[in-house]
Design a protein. Structure first.
Length: 202
């Protein structure tokens, strides 16, 4: 019987080389180890992890964002194709890849991660346009570009997006955009000239 989760192979070096020190099934990738080891008796730094497994879409969904938030480097492969490659020392950051998924189709996924020093964290999340298929493990705001095969556009997403009002101003000329901003923010009050002198003297 298949276990739910991804197989995690934990290596005592930063290059995923040799035999792993231990292997386990991680039901989710949602780790904030800080300066602690992933497992008692293992290294606190200068190690790497490879997670492998499969993901299945509950329905046909467009614009699914695969989000990897890590400290330090990360690489993500979908069906053998490298879709995220940020293999460097860094503080916590989020990388994302947007794809369309077909109902019932099984996708191979592989995540490679290394930790050099300092704090350590690794999180994998996926976010879809249809809210009932969305699950977050990270509350970081992530900027992402759609894949080249899709439309050339950029967007942003946030867990608190539903609590924010957005206004979009468009105009072929900059003056039209400025006019739109003035309409949204309201008319700016102008004080009499003597008031400005009083303010500056104070």
């Amino acid at each position: 019987m298949d276990k739910r989760g991804l197989k995690g192979e934990y290596f005592p070096n930063m290059k995923l080389e040799g035999a792993p020190s231990f292997v386990r099934i991680d039901s989710v990738i949602d780790f904030d180890w800080g300066e602690n080891p992933p497992q008692k008796g293992f290294k606190r730094e200068e190690y790497s992890v490879r997670w492998t497994g499969k993901i299945v879409a509950p329905a046909s969904i467009k614009n699914v964002s695969i989000d990897a938030a890590t400290d330090d480097g990360v690489r993500v492969f979908i069906d053998g194709k490298k879709v995220i490659d940020d293999w460097r020392d860094r503080s916590p950051e989020t990388d994302s890849y947007v794809m369309d998924m077909e109902a019932g189709k099984i996708y191979d996924i592989r995540i490679e991660y290394y930790q050099n020093g300092g704090g350590a964290s690794a999180r994998l999340a996926w976010n879809a346009e249809r809210a009932k298929h969305t699950e977050y493990f990270s509350n970081q705001i992530a900027l992402f570009c759609r894949t080249p095969e899709m439309a050339q556009c950029m967007s942003f997403k946030s867990q608190v997006a539903d609590a924010i009002d957005y206004y979009f101003m468009y105009g072929p000329e900059p003056d039209q955009i400025v006019a739109g901003m003035r309409t949204v923010t309201g008319k700016a009050p102008l004080y009499p000239k003597w008031a400005y002198g009083l303010f500056m003297s104070q």
